[in-house]
Unconditional design. Structure first.
Length: 317
């Protein structure tokens, strides 16, 4: 498996991917999941891929040559002449479907699902930056201000930090740091994700990127991220007061009040039938049946053993 994240901000784009691929515990390999398509000064596009490695590799190679026919009067649409990122992602969807038509039947006969997903983002001169999540059917959705990041692969471990921190106004450096923390959380919890990592930061309107780095286990910054995040998480957990140590002046919940209301001079005797749990009604002095049910709900300070016995003699059906 893998983990990739793409972030769309007002200031630019952030892309981060791992490089681990596995076909079982004894078949672990390293393959890069990030592919860059660029014409400096004209267009800059990045694709991150997850899923079946053979499918994603075929898609990224075919994408460079894929064409969509636009009729006899216009040249075929490619990622190199697309006038918008929407047209470019249409070409990517077409490439995914081409691989499906070529390999899908054979994969199905072998009992293998056609499984691939991509994050595709960038900027073409004349329009704003855009980012898309492409599914294995070739269809896609676009990032918005309300949902400014996409994940593919093992996404659940690193999603909470992204949800809490990222907004469209987040600075690029902060977003890159947040993405690395998200990746570190995933590396900690899932063996199918592994180093080295590819990190790319694109600034709006530059149509190129000189901020790209490959991060391995010796990278001092990622080592700092890993140790600091672990230590501060532990410190934060210790700093939060325990549930049972909250001030007594805080009002108890309704369930708690109904339970404590039966605390009298003698402990209440509670029926052992499985159909109820709370002592109810409060401070009842005699066995009381729940409305609409034959069950005794609570017993107060019983005066005789006969009364105590009567409290538990109701049928259990």
């Amino acid at each position: 498996m893998t983990y990739c994240v793409g972030i769309r901000l007002d200031a630019g784009l952030v892309f981060l991917s791992d490089s681990r691929t596995n076909a079982g515990l004894d078949a672990i390999s390293t393959f890069r999941k990030m592919m860059i398509y660029e014409q400096p000064g004209e267009r800059f596009m990045v694709m991150l891929s997850a899923g079946n490695l053979s499918i994603s590799q075929s898609v990224r190679e075919i994408l460079q040559l894929e064409k969509i026919d636009r009729g006899p009067d216009q040249p075929a649409l490619t990622i190199w002449n697309a006038e918008s990122m929407f047209d470019a992602v249409r070409v990517l969807g077409s490439a995914v479907r081409r691989v499906y038509h070529q390999d899908g039947p054979s994969l199905k006969a072998a009992g293998i699902d056609f499984n691939a997903s991509m994050i595709f983002g960038g900027q073409i001169k004349g329009e704003a930056m855009r980012m898309f999540l492409v599914y294995s059917a070739g269809n896609f959705i676009e990032a918005t201000r309300e949902t400014c990041f996409f994940q593919v692969g093992e996404s659940k471990y690193g999603k909470p930090i992204l949800d809490r921190v990222l907004t469209p106004a987040t600075p690029l450096d902060e977003a890159a740091k947040c993405a690395l923390v998200s990746m570190d959380s995933t590396l900690k919890s899932n063996l199918s994700v592994g180093l080295p990592l590819d990190l790319l930061v694109y600034r709006e309107g530059s149509f190129q990127s000189d901020q790209m780095v490959c991060i391995d286990e010796r990278n001092p910054y990622f080592q700092m991220i890993h140790s600091t995040w672990g230590q501060r998480s532990s410190m934060l957990s210790s700093a939060i007061s325990l549930l049972w140590s909250q001030p007594k002046r805080r009002a108890a919940s309704a369930a708690s009040r109904s339970w404590r209301a039966c605390s009298t001079s003698a402990p209440p005797t509670i029926s052992t039938t499985p159909n109820w749990r709370h002592c109810w009604p409060p401070a009842c002095a005699t066995p009381t049946a729940w409305p609409g049910s034959p069950m005794a709900r609570c017993s107060g300070p019983w005066s005789t053993s006969a009364t105590r016995s009567a409290a538990t003699s109701f049928p259990t059906t």
